[in-house]
Structure formats: C-alpha cells, structure tokens
Design a protein around this ligand. Structure first.
Ligand code: NAI
Ligand code: MG
Length: 382
C-alpha cells in the first residue's frame, strides 16, 4: 500500500526553538523511513522575533488562517530579550491557539529512565510520578480582556485591569475532555484545580460545572477537587495520589512548569494544543521557551521536542476516527502510527537510560549526539 502522507508545518521560532525543531524533524524522518507506512512532508515558516524586528510582524497577513491547510503544526519556541514577551505571546502563539480552536492543552509528565527527580521519593521510585495535566487553552487570563488607563503606564494614577473570562461552554468542554482522558488512563482518576475561595465568580462556576459533568462519569472515574496553592504542596509531597489534572489556563501553565521540574527538567516536557473536534490542525511543542541563556551552544535538550513529536504522531493516528456525541474523536489508528509513537518513546527512554543526556539532565551530550542516538535507536527498537 502507498504510505499515508501528512503535511506538517514547522514554526521553529527563536533561540533553541530552531535547534530542537531541526532535531524533531530528523527524528520524525527516521521514524517514517523505518516504518515505511507513513511519510511527512515538512514546510517551514520563518515567524521569529528577528523577523518581527525587521518586518514588524510575526505571522504575515492571513498567515494564521493559512495554517488550516496542514495536517499538524510543529512549534519550537518564540521570544527573545529584545522583544517584550507579551508581544511574542499575543502576536504569535495566542492567535494560533484561538483561531484554530485549540482549546485543550495536554501536558503529560513522567520520569524517564536514567534521569533523576529532585523529589527523594521519586528518585527511589520513579513510577510514583505519572501525570497528565489538561490545561484550558482559550479562556481565563489569556482571553485578552483588560486595559490600562491612562494608556501611558508611567502616569502616577495609572490603573490596569486583567480580567479573567470564564464561560460555561469553555469550562464544560475542557472538563469533559479531561474526564475522557482520565477514563483512558489506567488509574482513571481526575483532580480539578481552582481557587474558588478567593476567586469567587469564575472559579465557583468552574467547580459547579465540574460536579455537573462528573455525574456522567460516576463510578467510572474517581475525582476530587483542590485549591491551586494546596495543589503545589500535594504535587511535591504526594505525587502518587495524582493522575489526570484539569485546571484553568493560568493555573495549569504554572503547575505544568512545576510538574516538569519535578520530573527532572523542563527540557523533557511536551505539550499538545488540540482542537478536539478536529476541525483544524493541532499544534505540538515542547513546553520550554527559547532559552536565550543557552541558545546557539548546541546543548539544548531535544527530548521535550521528541516527546511532542510522539504526541503529534499519536494524534495523527486518530485522524480517521469518527466523532462521538460530544464531538470528541476516538482514535482508531492509521497504519502503524500508534506503534511508531510507542517506538519513539521507547527509543528516547533507552537513550536516556544509557546516559546519553544533555547537561540539564546531568549528562554531557549535546543536542546532536542525543538526536543521532535516538535516530539510531529507533531502528533497534523497531
Ligand atoms: P525557558 O524555558 O526558555 O528557559 C528556562 C530555563 O530552562 C533556562 O535556564 C533554560 O536554559 C532552561 N531550558 C529550557 N529549555 C531547555 C532545554 N530544552 N534544554 C536545556 N535547558 C533548557 O523560559 P524563560 O527563560 O522564562 O523564557 C525565555 C523566552 O522564551 C522568553 O522570551 C519567553 O517569553 C519565551 N517562552 C516561550 C514559550 C513558547 O514559545 N511556548 C514558552 C515559555 C517561554
Ligand atoms: Mg509556561
């Protein structure tokens, strides 16, 4: 049979985003060459901070709309010290997420073999930490409501507001997505995080909608509720009591960085920005940023980029799935793509276990050595 082709658009962005995107393309190519049942056709867009300074924009007019024609988007990282971070975030990442309806951001965390968690208990037993954080990706503080009066922030009497937006529709769809995710995991456990003591409107609505949806999963998923401050303590003290976690855009952003650090390094953590209705392409990226402090040195950890690539393959594998009542699509599998994602994860684990690791994981290898080792390991695992 002819291999199934997927068109992937790469947006490497800035700093180490460029190095790790290159590395991910190499690994994805090695994987398709080994399996032979699918191919990737890559295109690269130069939406970077350097170009922003020269041309005045990240994405050109109509650029974000143009992403709709691809099967998936692979994103590196954007942001550079000479462009304010709110510009790169609001002109590049957020327009993609909102235009393409990527309302679910999925962030798995595990401790890879050969790496060490800063938590003593997990250093002894890495299986204690196995989480998926589901981040609401379209609302809250990232909805863009607010303003500064007067517009010069330097005036003495300046007032600035940052309004969190929460909608019933937005909460319900992410909570349902999280329950479905929990249902597919072995422990079938979901923890919802809010701050409904202090934030008494939006967060109270979250709690209410959560318990409403929870009724549909009664007896099938075990669930509980945490306040975000107490949650940080539980993540550190009792990681084994958590499995799937659902939280607002801002809370989950913060908790997932903590999760990544507890798993050993921010350099290994993947993230998927999903349109669960599959109307538009989804976007896959490591959770770390452009890391200006190590950019250009060839030492960036590519593992988060590889893991994100594995998540992309897993998502593409469900591309022929049919929609259920909630508009969520069940993956039925395209060829051997689910196996390919597993193969890539095993190859990564074998390489870290052998000690081929970048410095952030306590190793001495560079980006290229780790990438070459994973590419080679793919054919061994296959
Ligand atoms: P960062 O994630 O870029 O770096 C934080 C620390 O972790 C640095 O010490 C860095 O060297 C280290 N680190 C990150 N990724 C690594 C990797 N793969 N291997 C080894 N070490 C790694 O976060 P920071 O410094 O807060 O932000 C830098 C820039 O990136 C900013 O402009 C920020 O806005 C942007 N950023 C962009 C994101 C995105 O594109 N989605 C996400 C987070 C930050
Ligand atoms: Mg973050």
């Amino acid at each position: 049979p002819t291999p199934r082709n997927f068109s992937i658009v790469c947006i490497p962005g800035d700093g180490i985003g460029v190095d790790i995107t290159d590395a991910a393309v190499q690994v994805l190519s090695a994987l398709s060459a080994t399996f032979g049942t699918f191919t990737f056709q890559f295109e690269t867009l130069d939406w970077s901070s350097k170009n922003y300074r020269q041309r005045g924009y990240y994405a050109p007019e109509g650029g974000v709309e143009g992403l709709k024609k691809y099967d998936a988007i692979y994103f590196g990282a954007v942001g550079w010290p000479d462009v304010p971070d709110h510009i790169s975030l609001w002109q590049m990442i957020l327009p993609i997420r909102t235009t393409l309806n990527q309302y679910a951001n999925v962030r798995p965390t595990r401790i890879l073999p050969g790496t060490v968690s800063p938590l003593a208990a997990c250093a002894a037993d890495p299986s204690l930490l196995d989480w998926v954080i589901v981040r609401e990706n379209s609302e809250g503080e990232y909805a863009g409501h607010g303003g500064t009066t007067p517009s010069s922030a330097h005036a003495l009497h300046t007032v600035a507001t940052e309004v969190s937006i929460f909608t019933r529709v937005g909460i319900e769809r992410i909570v349902r997505f999280a329950f479905e995710m929990a249902l597919r995991r072995p422990r079938k456990k979901l923890t919802m995080v809010t701050k409904s003591n202090a934030q008494r409107h939006g967060m109270v609505l979250w709690d209410m909608v959560f318990y409403e949806v929870a009724r549909e999963y009664e007896g099938r998923v075990e669930y509980d509720k945490m306040l975000v401050d107490a949650m940080t303590v539980r993540m550190v003290k009792s990681p084994q009591t958590l499995d799937t976690i659902v939280a607002t855009n801002l809370h989950a952003d913060i908790l997932s960085d903590l999760a990544a650090a507890l798993s050993g390094s921010i350099g290994i953590a993947p993230s998927s920005n999903l349109d669960p209705t599959r109307t538009f392409p989804s976007m896959f990226e490591p959770i770390h940023g452009s890391a200006p402090d190590i950019a250009g040195q060839g030492i960036a950890n590519p593992v988060g980029a590889f893991w994100s690539a594995a998540e992309m393959i897993r998502w593409l594998a469900g591309a022929d799935g049919s929609s259920n009542e909630e508009g969520l699509v069940e993956g039925t599998g395209v060829g051997h793509m689910v196996d390919a994602a597993e193969c890539l994860m095993t190859a990564i684990a074998n390489v870290t276990e052998r000690g081929v690791k970048t410095r952030d994981l306590g190793g001495e290898s560079g980006t290229k050595e780790v990438t070459d080792a994973v590419c080679e390991e793919i054919s061994n695992v296959y």
